[in-house]
Design a protein. Structure first.
Lengths: 147, 147
């Protein structure tokens, strides 16, 4: 399906507007695709935010990337809830779910706190929270297949 | 530079908190990397949002993806402002800048309206705005190198 026809299909569903709120994907490919989109966004937004702090991207975008990061981080745990192995995820995601859940919940909590600090106090307030929020590597070392 | 050391460097800059707001990247690699991160996010968040409307991802995440899309779309024009060819961008981005600028501004405006409608009225309100907001393909056909 091309991106354009995906959007057309999305629109068709959207205009019906009858999708139950609890709707869940059941196709394994969709489940893996969705969590890849979520993780790719987290990687791209973390990197973008880091670049704004390093003088490698417009500094005034720091807050925007922090906000986008927090929003998408809030979807990340849910994206893994259905046990579908593959797509770069180790089986331990589900075998050690309580630990995985704890880490993903912390990511959401910490990036939300980072975004709030960024919004209210800019880099000065949010800077000290950056390292604590970006726990990507610690989690990838355990739960992501080596590339 | 590994991602971890990038973050450490970012933190070091953040704690100094002395970065002037108008700081701009000047390294061509950084400029291209940054706009790739931005465009990759737009692609991933558009696709995620479409999946929520198609029943392929949790429907309740529709609003979150619409919000993330709008935030990152608001950084996109700026990410291309410095004329550095390459990274998949055709030279026409800068040769036809007024048209490119118009399109990127519309993307930001339309995704912001979509996110607002989603926030206030959910899929029923935002659905009819989806197709008009996601103008990715029209712009890519003109300004992105064929893969």
């Amino acid at each position: 399906m091309t991106r354009l026809s995906q959007f057309a299909a999305a629109l068709a569903v959207a205009t019906v507007a009858a999708l139950p709120l609890a709707a869940r994907a059941s196709d394994p490919t969709d489940i893996i695709d969705y969590r890849k989109h979520v993780m790719k966004t987290l990687g791209a937004q973390s990197a973008s935010m880091a670049m704004t702090l390093q003088g490698k991207a417009p500094a005034e975008n720091f807050v925007l990337h922090a906000e986008a990061l927090a929003i998408v981080a809030s979807t990340a745990l849910q994206a893994f809830k259905e046990k579908v192995e593959g797509g770069g995820s180790k089986p331990d995601v589900w075998a050690k779910w309580p630990d995985f859940e704890k880490r993903m919940t912390e990511l959401a909590t910490n990036t939300a706190a980072l975004a709030k600090a960024a919004r209210e106090g800019g880099v000065a307030a949010a800077g000290p929270k950056v390292q604590g929020a970006l726990t990507c590597k610690g989690c990838h070392d355990i739960y992501r297949e080596k590339k």
